[in-house]
Design a protein around this ligand. Structure first.
Ligand code: AMP
Length: 222
């Protein structure tokens, strides 16, 4: 199965994706993480991507689609995968379906108000080593500034600043929100209330997925 996590920046796609990865044993693929890795490596592609990312704009469809194509062709994606932050445009959604057309898919849209997006992103910190996500208001690390998992240094992302957050939200409304109607039409869409705490949102997602997976198994035996 392909699980697509949709929703505005800061809605919890990354955190929920990490939990889902553990719960269902499917790899989580975050295009933001893949891009931050090439930026770190300072490749030509990384330099181009960095400029767009720091402005809060989208990296070109072609670049992101190629990255995802390569990643999902790996052995660990054979049984399925969880996409965090991809697709972000209708074009990307179409290319994904062309690339891996037979896989059943489910889209989980984590809904959050603009106000909460701004509050959460301003308080977000990520581990510079393992990418774990923290929040200085809601999910504090045990030791200030240090990752609970790997002892790495916690940092604020360059694009989690007020101006860039506002730009990312505008980009989301213009380019990504149309995916809601796109997936609703295909009957693949489920909306989730993202305002609750991490555990509450995770429980809602799992109940939907369990039903979906169980449904698949029942269908196979009929
Ligand atoms: P994220 O970590 O998902 O918030 O992504 C951080 C940034 O990476 C975004 O603001 C974009 O600049 C870029 N990015 C991530 N995923 C995509 C995508 N699917 N298409 C285009 N740009 C992306």
């Amino acid at each position: 199965m392909r699980i697509i996590l949709l929703g505005p920046p800061g809605c919890g796609k990354g955190t929920q994706g990490q939990l889902l990865e553990k719960q269902y044993g499917l790899p989580k693929i975050s295009t933001g993480d893949l891009l931050r890795q090439v930026v770190k490596e300072k490749t030509t592609l990384g330099k181009k991507a960095e400029a767009a990312m720091n402005r809060g704009e989208l990296v070109s469809d072609e670049v992101v689609v190629e990255m995802v194509k390569e990643r999902i062709s790996k052995e660990d994606c054979r049984l399925g995968y969880i996409l965090d932050g991809f697709p972000r445009t209708i074009f990307q959604a179409g290319r994904l379906e062309e690339t891996d057309p037979l896989r059943p898919q489910l889209v989980l849209d984590i809904k959050l108000s603009e106000q909460t997006v701004i509050e959460r992103l301003s308080a977000r910190r990520i581990c510079s080593k393992c990418g774990a996500i923290f929040n200085i208001l809601a999910k504090m690390p045990e030791k200030e500034g240090v990752c609970d998992i790997c002892d790495g240094k916690l940092i604020q992302r360059d694009d989690d600043t007020p101006d860039v957050i506002r730009k990312r939200l505008r980009v989301y409304f213009e380019h990504t929100q149309p995916l809601i109607a796109y997936y609703q039409k295909r009957k693949l869409y489920q909306g989730i209330n993202g305002e609750g705490n991490v555990k509450v949102v995770f429980a809602e997602i799992c109940s939907i997925l369990d039903k979906e997976i169980l449904g698949d198994e029942v269908n196979k035996t009929v």
